[in-house]
Design a protein. Structure first.
Lengths: 292, 292
């Protein structure tokens, strides 16, 4: 990822966000565009950003907790590449993936879980211990982490709130943290569960309005449902890797390609605003949304 | 009964069976991409004495203690706006700790006679790591099967066939009785795993000796049930019929889930997408911009 003029490092990538929020989609598209040499993904609960990044031919291994497009079904590119034998899958439960990343961030020698892990083999019947056995997992320190957040301030501190999700775990574990944000403001609003990450921990900070689209980035915009059937139909009809198409589109074209203007506006209205500071940024984003 | 009527009847019957089993549990969880399970849990909250149950939504990382309407998209905003979302580290600890989990209905790709489950996919059968079908991944199943309170953890499948209720799993993701007998006791996993399976044809209980038929749904032909069940189970001639939803339960269901999101899991991909976009449109219309 050629942010800040630095060469792409490849290696292991973790992408942030959770459920339908703050998926770093714009960063994933940049990685596609630049044919980033990412080899391994670590996915605790992956969504559209995982579906996109899986289209990188360099990806050959995934440490997988869960990957799906939610109500829209399984992630087709994830399925296709694994079913074709192009990507090796190591399955751990979601919580175990997160524990491995926590251990990585703390520089612990191992992570501990009492659960049996699917990829570590079916339990042996004979000679099993009669007391609970903790299981030891390798810590994971990803080479790169992508996050998307709503706010950054002039000193490059980033802020997000509401559901913090796993992003703090990812940020602490990262060797190199790359962040995109929607709005620059000297005074990010006070949000429930607000978290501020100091700028010195961030290797590269990119201004990407609607960088989480089609996922939500509360309180600025909600999720965009119509994107998904449009994308999935395009993928099905084109019969070829749609990565090139997705990556070649600028933000404006990306949204036009998959979502009509009415649906884009509904995405913007899909949340309630009670803070006038947030309202001001909503207007800025609304103008940007209208401009594309 | 035509296809739509049958789907609706199945969805209602299964939702009510799951809800009845959850009523009275202190802690119920709903995972990702399980509208039927979510609807059932909300119905259970509605049927239970107010304040007696807590519903955790793991995808969002939030908790409810009062009945909510079913939603696919707005619930995330509802949860975080109420300040009821918390960090995923807390979710991990809350899942694992204290009294454990009363229930978190899980929908596997395959289930075997001892309540072991597969969410990983179907192995290709050769020596490679390929899969002929890739599933979503283990999600939280690894932890669920080791820490559940064991009271009545539920599995559900929307299509009861010999391809879903299998004699032996293609890939193992989570374990209940392993291979029966004293396996679980000797394994060190402790009390836990899944105790019941609800399908679109009937209901089973899992025991160390194998599965037992609890009931068959009222409209299901006994021969059809036997034909689709390859497990060795005794089905008496006077087999119990599932108690159908009461008028009150149906009223609650329709109040909670007027868009019938609970039936999404039966629909084809394109039907599901179309219905999900309609629900999103409806939920987006309900959002309002408020100024302080």
């Amino acid at each position: 990822m050629h942010f800040s003029g630095e060469p792409a490092t490849g290696g292991t990538l973790v992408q942030g966000g959770y459920h339908m929020s703050r998926r770093p989609v714009s960063l994933a598209r940049t990685a596609l565009r630049e044919a980033s040499p990412i080899r391994e993904l670590v996915v605790s609960g992956g969504g559209i950003e995982t579906e996109l990044i899986f289209q990188l031919p360099s990806v050959r291994r995934v440490l997988l907790g869960y990957a799906s497009l939610g109500v829209w079904g399984l992630a087709p590119s994830v399925r296709r590449r694994i079913e074709q034998g192009e990507v090796e899958v190591v399955e751990l439960g979601v919580t175990s993936v997160l524990r491995c990343l926590q251990a990585g961030g703390r520089l612990d020698p191992f992570a501990v879980t009492r659960a049996w892990q699917p990829s570590l083999g079916v339990p042996v019947k004979d000679g099993l211990p009669t007391t609970s056995t903790p299981h030891f997992l390798e810590p994971v320190r990803p080479d790169e982490v992508y996050l998307h957040v709503p706010y950054a301030d002039p000193e490059n501190h980033i802020a997000w709130g509401y559901g913090v999700g796993p992003d703090l775990i990812f940020a602490v574990a990262a060797r190199r943290l790359i962040v995109s944000y929607d709005v620059s403001t000297a005074n990010p609003p006070v949000l429930p569960n607000r978290f501020v990450l100091p700028g010195h921990l961030i290797a590269s900070l990119e201004h990407r309005p609607f960088g989480a689209f089609p996922s939500a980035c509360y309180p600025l915009y909600g999720p965009c449902a119509p994107f998904f059937p449009s994308y999935l139909n395009a993928l099905g009809k084109r019969k070829s890797d749609v990565a090139g198409i997705i990556s070649s589109l600028g933000d404006r074209s990306f949204m036009h390609e998959f979502v009509d203007a009415g649906a884009r506006q509904k995405t913007l209205s899909f949340r309630r605003i009670s803070d006038p500071i947030v309202t001001a940024h909503r207007e800025e984003l609304a103008r940007w949304m209208e401009s594309i | 009964m035509d296809g739509v009527d049958l789907t609706n009847r199945c969805a209602d019957q299964m939702a009510v069976l799951m809800a009845r089993s959850m009523v009275g549990m202190r802690k119920v969880q709903v995972g990702m991409n399980a509208p039927l399970a979510a609807c059932s849990a909300i119905l259970a909250l509605r049927m239970a004495p107010r304040g007696s149950m807590n519903l955790y939504s793991l995808a969002i990382g939030g908790v409810y203690d009062s009945p909510q309407k079913m939603s696919l998209f707005a619930d995330e905003w509802d949860t975080i706006e109420r300040g009821a979302a918390f960090s995923v580290e807390a979710v991990i600890d809350l899942m694992s700790g204290w009294e454990g989990v009363g229930d978190e209905p899980v929908r596997p790709l395959e289930v075997d006679p001892f309540g072991n489950v597969n969410l990983s996919g179907i192995a290709s059968g050769d020596a490679t790591h390929r899969r002929s079908l890739m599933g979503p991944g283990p999600a939280g199943v690894d932890v669920l099967c080791t820490m559940a309170s064991g009271r009545s953890m539920t599995l559900y499948v929307t299509r009861h066939t010999q391809q879903t209720l299998v004699p032996r799993l293609s890939l193992a993701t989570g374990w209940t009785w392993i291979e029966g007998g004293e396996d679980r006791l000797r394994s060190g996993l402790g009390v836990g795993g899944w105790s019941q399976l609800i399908t679109d044809l009937g209901m089973f209980r899992f025991t160390p000796q194998g599965p037992e038929v609890v009931s068959i749904h009222p409209w299901v032909d006994l021969e059809a049930f036997v034909a689709e069940t390859c497990w060795e189970v005794e089905i008496p001639d006077d087999v119990v019929r599932s108690i159908p939803p009461s008028a009150r339960e149906l009223d609650f269901l329709n109040e909670i889930d007027p868009h019938r999101a609970r039936a999404l899991e039966w629909l084809s991909a394109e039907q599901r997408w179309s219905r999900a976009v309609e629900i999103w449109e409806s939920e987006a219309e309900g959002q309002e911009l408020e100024r302080v």
